[in-house]
Design a binder for this molecule. Structure first.
Ligand SMILES: NC(=O)c1ccc[n+]([C@@H]2O[C@H](COP(=O)([O-])OP(=O)(O)OC[C@H]3O[C@@H](n4cnc5c(N)ncnc54)[C@H](O)[C@@H]3O)[C@@H](O)[C@H]2O)c1
Ligand SMILES: O=P(O)(O)OC[C@H](O)CO
Length: 345
C-alpha cells in the first residue's frame, strides 16, 4: 500500500472501536499518523495489543502497529489534532458531550456516523457544532463497507466540510493506494445521503429475500435516489451531491451487498423474521431502523411524497402485509421520471 502523502504526521483519535472506526483508524496509522482508538471494551483493547486484531468487529484483519487502543476518553482526545467519531447515532451526543471538556483548541472534529438524532432531527455534524463551537467540523460518507476497507479493496469516500483546508487535509491524511478521498462542501447533503440510504438498503434486502427480479432492483434503487434527494433537497441539500459517491455510490453498495447490516435486516424480515429477531441476528449497528421512523415522521410533517419510506414504515411499524404495500406502490399517481428537470433545479 502506498503510504506517501504530503500531510505532516498528526495526532489522530478515533472514538468507537466498532468495524468502521477500526477500519478508518487503521488507514490513518498506515499513513504514518499517530493513532489512538478509544473503545469501551477492555477485552477488545487487549485483543488489539496482544494480537493486532479487533476480533469482535473485524475478525481476520491485522491492524497496523501505529494504532494504539485506549480506554480513557480524556487521554484519547486531550492532545488530538483530529478526532473522528464512529459511535452509533444514538450514543453520539453522550460521547461528544463527555469529550468536550477535554478538547484542545486545535482539534478538528469529523463524524463517521450515518444517522439522525431524534430530538430536533439533528445530523451528527450539527451536534458537533452545537457541543463544540469554534472547532472545525467535517463528515465522511460514501460507499464504505468496513470489511472491504480493512481488506484493502479499492474504495472511495467523501470528506464534506465548509472548510476547504479541512477537506484537503483529510483527503491527504486518509488517501492511499486502496482508498481515495474526494471533497465536497455540501456537508448537509453528504451527511443526509449517508443516513437516508440505510432505509433503502432495508427495502432492497427485503425485496431480494422475496425473490425480486433484476428490473425490480434497478427500479427500486433509482426511485430510492429520487425519493431521498427530494427529501434532502427540501431540507437544504444540494441535489448534485446525490450524483456523487455519498449519494448514488453509497446507495448502490448498500442496496447490493450482504455485508451491509441494513440490507441484511431487510433480508431477514423478507425471510419472515420479526424486526427484533433480525436486529439480534445482526448484532451490530443498523442505523436504518431508527432513521426510517424519524424520516417518515418528518416527511408527514412537511408533506414530502415518500412512498417507499411510507411503505416500509407500514410494514415494519404497523405490521402491514408486504403484498398490500407492493400493490399500493404500483398504483400510485403516475409521475415524472427526473422531477428536478421539471422543477427547474
Ligand atoms: N461498518 C461500516 O461498514 C460503516 C461504514 C460507514 C459508516 N458506518 C457508520 O459508522 C457508525 C458506527 O458504525 P460501526 O459499523 O462502526 O458500528 P459497530 O456496530 O461495528 O460498532 C459500534 C461501536 O460503537 C461502540 N459504542 C456504542 N455505544 C457506545 C457508547 N455509548 N459509548 C462508546 N462507544 C459506544 C460499540 O462498543 C462499538 O465499538 C454508524 O453510524 C454506521 O452507520 C459504518
Ligand atoms: O452495514 P451498513 O448497512 O451500516 O452500511 C455500511 C456503510 O454505510 C456502507 O457505506
Amino acid at each position: 500500500m502506498n503510504t506517501s502523502n504530503s500531510l505532516a504526521p498528526s495526532k489522530v483519535t478515533v472514538l468507537g472501536g466498532g468495524s468502521f472506526g477500526t477500519a478508518i483508524a487503521n488507514i490513518a496509522a498506515i499513513n504514518n499518523h499517530q493513532v489512538t482508538l478509544w473503545m469501551r471494551s477492555e477485552k477488545q483493547a487487549q485483543d488489539i495489543i496482544d494480537n493486532r486484531e479487533n476480533s469482535r468487529y473485524l475478525p481476520g484483519y491485522k491492524l497496523h502497529a501505529g494504532l494504539t487502543p485506549s480506554l480513557s476518553l480524556k487521554d484519547s482526545v486531550s492532545q488530538a489534532d483530529y478526532i473522528f467519531v464512529a459511535v452509533p447515532s444514538k450514543a453520539f451526543r453522550a460521547v461528544v458531550e463527555e469529550m468536550a471538556p477535554f478538547l484542545p483548541a486545535q482539534a478538528r472534529l469529523i463524524s463517521l456516523t450515518k444517522g439522525i438524532e431524534p430530538h430536533g432531527f439533528k445530523l451528527m455534524s450539527q451536534l458537533l457544532m452545537e457541543v463544540a463551537p469554534g472547532h472545525q467540523v467535517g463528515v465522511i460518507s460514501g460507499p464504505n463497507l468496513a470489511k472491504e476497507i480493512a481488506d484493502n479493496q479499492i474504495s472511495a469516500t467523501v470528506i464534506a466540510s465548509y472548510s476547504q483546508d479541512l477537506r484537503q487535509d483529510v483527503q491527504e491524511m486518509l488517501s492511499c493506494s486502496s482508498f481515495r478521498v474526494y471533497g465536497n462542501p455540501d456537508i448537509y447533503g453528504v451527511e443526509m445521503a449517508g443516513a437516508l440510504k440505510n432505509i433503502y438498503a432495508i427495502i432492497t434486502g427485503l425485496a431480494v429475500a422475496l425473490g425480486m427480479a433484476e428490473n425490480t432492483r434497478a427500479a427500486i434503487i433509482t426511485r430510492s435516489l429520487a425519493e431521498m434527494s427530494r427529501f434532502a433537497v427540501r431540507l437544504g441539500a444540494n441535489p448534485m451531491t446525490f450524483l456523487g459517491l455519498a449519494g448514488v455510490g453509497d446507495l448502490i453498495v448498500t442496496c447490493s451487498s450482504k455485508l451491509s447490516r441494513n440490507y441484511r435486516v431487510g433480508y431477514y424480515i423478507g425471510e419472515g423474521q420479526t424486526l427484533k429477531q433480525a436486529i439480534k441476528n445482526i448484532g451490530e449497528t443498523a442505523e436504518g431502523i431508527n432513521t426510517l421512523r424519524m424520516v417518515y415522521e418528518k416527511s408527514e410533517e412537511l408533506n414530502i411524497y415518500m412512498p417507499l419510506v411510507k411503505g416500509l414504515y407500514q410494514i415494519i411499524y404497523k405490521d402491514c402485509p408486504i403484498d398490500v404495500i407492493a400493490k399500493q406502490l404500483m398504483s400510485g399517481d403516475l409521475a415524472q421520471d427526473v422531477e428536478f428537470m421539471s422543477a427547474g433545479v
